[in-house]
Design a protein around this ligand. Structure first.
Ligand SMILES: NC(=O)c1ccc[n+]([C@@H]2O[C@H](COP(=O)([O-])OP(=O)(O)OC[C@H]3O[C@@H](n4cnc5c(N)ncnc54)[C@H](O)[C@@H]3O)[C@@H](O)[C@H]2O)c1
Ligand SMILES: O=C(O)CC[C@@H](O)C(=O)O
Length: 627
């Protein structure tokens, strides 16, 4: 007398409408294939939404299909590979609840039975239409006596079944919903994993984006403890749409905003959000991190992370990732372009021309070949610039606070002063450490060669802008290119800089890393880090957290425990695990001076009360269960 689960087949158990797949098979060589398939899909949708009678929809489609009995084997073969992802992942539910699961479909038993048999659903619990064949095996129609061939046939079918207990219907179409409307089912779950039909969703008791959510709501056995659609991701600052696609494809609920948000709005928007994605504008302050009680990850879809309070993030158990390499080549290419443009005084010539002036002159126009380029910060960007600049015939000098090996013929300088005094062009590529504020000021500019050029593609606060204005106006420097500024706006619009209007100064709005290639690469790299952490607990490449690379584990449960790094926590965790007689199959610990991160893998069967005890350990920051 327990609960019964009534599943639809097409677009619910499978990702597709089976007759559409059959059409692809039977019309493979038909020159009108595209048109006919479109027509079939239109008719399917009209039938599903109840806009034409189902019988009519079926008759019209079968006529267009021109299918043969032999085509059905091919169809079944293809459908086996088109089972909905979350259905495939939750075979355990179909095994454990086999006796309570029914399929009521307006499709055909000839292809449904062999598919659902693999999910423990026998043919006698599959209610569907059957084909009529002629003597040569051609499909010429269907059994018109079957109630499922008629309008609202599912209602008649379920009524005739007269199932005891609570009945829950899971389907994507209006014909599934009507069983609930007719009072024959207790609940209707609109299944939107493959298709979102407004009419079904609007009338549903629950919208279930996958089977995980359905099983979670009903507390049924399932592959993952917490459905991914419940994990909310907020992406700000116009992050490349590939990131949205990658994360939604993995099942997360993602919201994409084009701009950054100020502190108060961010706090409000982060309510219930588990992952925040930003670029360089959004300030993720301590106040934001302390208010965001659900937040697990902040991801910088760029290199710099000083916009995030990394210490506060760590103290709140929030892991921070970035993309340290993806946009480096784009920055280097821009730097090369700027070195050439400034050395040739191209921008003044271009500006004059735009104003109607033809000024053909060689004054202040030089080749870069043989000139000396001083690179400050010989990291991922500085080193690549070194190689490209050398290949253009420049002599490269570099200075870095860390000991860095020279690439090619580059010459290491022992002090910044040495580099400044020798370079015709100085390019800044130091990191965003706050100690680098006003790194280049009046004194450093004074040390530069007369007529040299300065390029800053690192961080705005690194250069004292007022001092630079003086150096440019006095002719001490012959040009400059700036892509980054001490204060940058949150969104596109008006912007003022005292550098505006000074000749031979190239100003760009922080676009060093803004190329299609870089943004696409970031949109693949960072979501992988997010998914790796959320799905398995990996913190490899986290910028503020002890790094753990976990082995892939099958058929285990995983506890993730983040705590303040004080003595005795590990022992305490293991005491509790021992008390509950938990069979540990793997345990990993990584700490830094502030936090400890312990991952424990264990056999699947355990007393869930252990979770409350582990959460209650003093100094616990965050606790998660994965399986
Ligand atoms: N304009 C853009 O759109 C854009 C795009 C990407 C990166 N960036 C910025 O470019 C900078 C460099 O990026 P990266 O990936 O090469 O970083 P990186 O960390 O690989 O390299 C930075 C190097 O600077 C050195 N350094 C730091 N402070 C120094 C100092 N005071 N004196 C000398 N050397 C110092 C470090 O030791 C390191 O080797 C970062 O600030 C980054 O945020 C800007
Ligand atoms: O794309 C951005 O917003 C920032 C680019 C750059 O400054 C970085 O830190 O990678």
């Amino acid at each position: 007398m327990g609960r019964k689960y009534v599943f639809d087949f097409d677009s619910t158990l499978t990702r597709v409408e089976a007759l559409d797949v059959l059409a692809e098979i039977t019309l493979a060589t038909n020159p009108e294939k595209g048109k006919i398939i479109e027509e079939i899909q239109e008719i399917t949708n009209l039938g599903i939404d109840g806009d034409i009678s189902f019988t009519e929809s079926l008759e019209r489609r079968i006529r267009l299909l021109k299918a043969h009995k032999n085509d059905l084997d091919g169809l079944v073969g293809q459908l086996k590979h088109k089972i909905s992802k979350s259905i495939e992942n939750n075979k355990e539910f179909f095994e454990s609840y086999s006796d309570d699961i029914y399929v009521i479909s307006c499709g055909f038993k000839e292809f449904i039975d062999p598919i659902v048999a693999e999910y423990n659903i026998p043919g006698d619990r599959v209610y569907a239409n059957t084909f009529d064949f002629d003597g040569d095996g051609n499909i010429i129609g269907f059994d018109e006596e079957n109630v499922l061939a008629s309008h609202n046939g599912k209602i008649a079918c379920l009524k005739a079944l007269d199932l005891p207990g609570e009945i829950q219907v899971i389907g994507d179409g209006y014909s599934d919903y009507v069983m609930r409307e007719a009072g024959l089912a207790h609940k209707f779950f609109a299944y939107t994993e493959n298709v979102h039909r407004d009419k079904a969703a609007d009338n549903a008791d629950h919208i279930t984006p996958n089977l995980d959510e359905f099983l979670f709501i009903n507390d049924l056995p399932r592959k993952i403890s917490y459905p991914k659609n419940r994990i909310k991701i907020l992406l700000l600052e116009n992050i490349h749409p590939h990131a949205f696609d990658n994360l939604t494809e993995d099942g997360f609920s993602v919201e994409l905003l084009t701009h950054s948000l100020p502190e108060d709005e961010l706090i409000e928007k982060l309510k219930g959000v588990h992952v925040l994605g930003i670029r360089s504008k959004t300030q993720v302050t301590r106040k934001v991190l302390e208010a965001a009680d659900k937040l697990l990850v902040v991801s910088a879809f760029c290199i710099g992370t000083t916009q995030i309070d990394l210490t506060a993030a760590k103290e709140n158990g929030v892991v921070v990732f970035n993309a340290p390499y993806s946009n480096t080549r784009s920055v280097v290419e821009l730097a090369i372009g700027q070195i050439i443009m400034l050395t040739r005084s191209i921008f003044p010539r271009s500006t004059e021309f735009h104003q109607g002036q033809w000024n053909k002159t060689a004054a202040n126009a030089r080749e870069v070949r043989g000139k000396k380029l001083g690179i400050v910060g010989y990291g991922n960007i500085g080193k690549q610039l070194s190689v490209l600049a050398e290949s253009m015939g420049m002599q490269v000098y570099y200075y870095d606070v860390a000991d860095k090996l020279a690439l090619g013929n580059a010459i290491k300088c022992n002090s910044l002063e040495d580099l400044l005094s020798v370079s015709d062009a100085v390019s800044l590529h130091i990191d965003d450490n706050p100690a680098n504020r006003n790194f280049i000021g009046e004194r450093e500019l004074e040390r530069m060669k007369d007529g040299a050029i300065l390029i800053n593609l690192s961080r705005g606060f690194v250069v004292d802008i007022d001092a630079l204005v003086v150096a440019l106006n006095s002719g001490k420097l012959s040009g400059a290119a700036l892509d980054v500024f001490p204060e940058e706006p949150r969104a596109n619009g008006d912007f003022y800089s005292p550098l505006q209007g000074i000749p031979n100064v190239i100003l760009t709005p922080h676009i060093g890393g803004s190329t299609e290639e870089a943004q696409q690469d970031i949109a693949n790299f960072v979501p992988n880090k997010i998914m790796d952490y959320i799905n398995s607990g990996n913190t490899v490449d986290a910028v503020n957290f002890p790094n753990i690379r976990l082995p892939r584990q099958n058929n285990v449960h995983r506890f993730l425990h983040i705590h303040e790094n004080v003595p005795g926590i590990m022992a305490h965790i293991n005491e509790i695990l021992a008390k509950y007689k938990i069979n540990i199959t793997g345990q990993f610990l990584s700490t830094d001076s502030e936090v400890g991160y312990v991952i424990t893998d264990m056999d699947k069967d355990y007393n869930t009360e252990v979770i409350q005890e582990l959460k209650a350990i003093e100094h616990t920051i965050k606790f998660r269960v994965l399986y």
